[in-house]
Design a protein around this ligand. Structure first.
Ligand SMILES: [Zn+2]
Ligand SMILES: [Zn+2]
Length: 285
């Protein structure tokens, strides 16, 4: 059984529509795929409607969190998408995305980069606008060769020259809200140092004590040493270990199913969740 628990669609900053994503997941030989767009569940209905037979969809989201000035991402799975407290928090984060992206455009203009809001909005399309859309604009303008080259201190990395902070949820609050909505939490790419400062292990231990379910270990942003260290930490703290592609379509380089999650861990996630259940494909639209 091949299980990929972290994928983005055009509902946030991926380049596949939710329907394309599930078809591509099936074509890539996956049995289970999770839709985890940033701070939104908008893609669910389309993904469910298009779900090919033989593929199971895990509904989820990747929540933007911040602790002690460090940005972090919290994957949330199988929560009730209508639960009001978690829904309100997702909306609070999402409503801040447009002013934030406009702020980064303004910073870039001050740095002499002729990027416009219209360009960034065109790239984002229907998706909730985020840093990768601004980064794509920088590639279009020839300022940097690739999207990942825009995620540096010179440009859009946390604390970078054109970076603007956004509203982000306290991760302890995120764990509480997701649990309240019947979901399961997994700390996404906790050792991704090139994205900025990472959360210290002491805080991961506190998050585990507060009910965090797992950490994402096998991820393209983790080297072998980081994976070994995180696997040991998970064992020590009793956390589940996941692996995922963090697929963004053509915007990033990782292929669907390039990293996967152990079926036993997936089984445990589905056992812990009460807010929603995995959706088996019925053939799709
Ligand atoms: Zn992330
Ligand atoms: Zn992601």
């Amino acid at each position: 059984m091949r299980i990929d628990l972290h994928c983005h669609s055009t509902a946030s900053d991926g380049t596949d529509t939710p329907a394309e994503l599930v078809r591509n997941a099936s074509a890539a030989g996956l049995d289970v795929v999770a839709l985890t767009d940033h701070d939104t569940t908008r893609g669910y209905a389309e993904a469910v409607a298009a779900l090919p037979r033989g593929l199971t969809l895990v509904t989820g989201a990747e929540l933007s969190c911040r602790i002690d000035g460090i940005s972090m991402h919290m994957l949330a799975y199988l929560f009730d998408p209508e639960e009001p407290a978690l829904l309100a928090e997702r909306e609070l984060v999402r409503d801040d995305r447009v002013p934030r992206a406009r702020g980064m455009v303004a910073r870039l203009n001050e740095l002499g980069v002729p990027v416009t809001w219209e360009q960034v909005a065109r790239i984002a399309g229907e998706g909730s606008v985020g840093r990768p859309h601004v980064a794509t604009a920088l590639v279009e303008l020839g300022v940097v060769p690739t999207v990942s080259d825009a995620f540096t201190e010179d440009w859009l990395a946390d604390g970078g020259r054109a970076w603007v902070a956004k509203h982000e949820t306290d991760p302890f609050e995120a764990i509480r809200l997701v649990k309240g909505a019947g979901g399961v939490t997994v700390f996404a790419h906790p050792g991704a140092r090139k994205r900025g400062r990472t959360v210290p292990e002491s805080v991961i231990a506190e998050l585990a004590a507060a009910g965090l379910d797992g950490i994402e270990v096998d991820h393209m942003d983790h080297d072998a040493d980081t994976r070994a260290r995180l696997r040991a930490l998970a064992a020590e703290l009793g956390l589940l270990v996941t692996g995922s592609s963090d697929y963004h379509g053509s915007r990033k380089t990782c292929a669907l199913g390039e990293y996967t999650t152990d079926p036993e861990v997936y089984g445990e996630i589905t056992r812990r969740a009460t807010g929603a259940f995995p959706v088996p494909g019925t053939g799709g639209a």
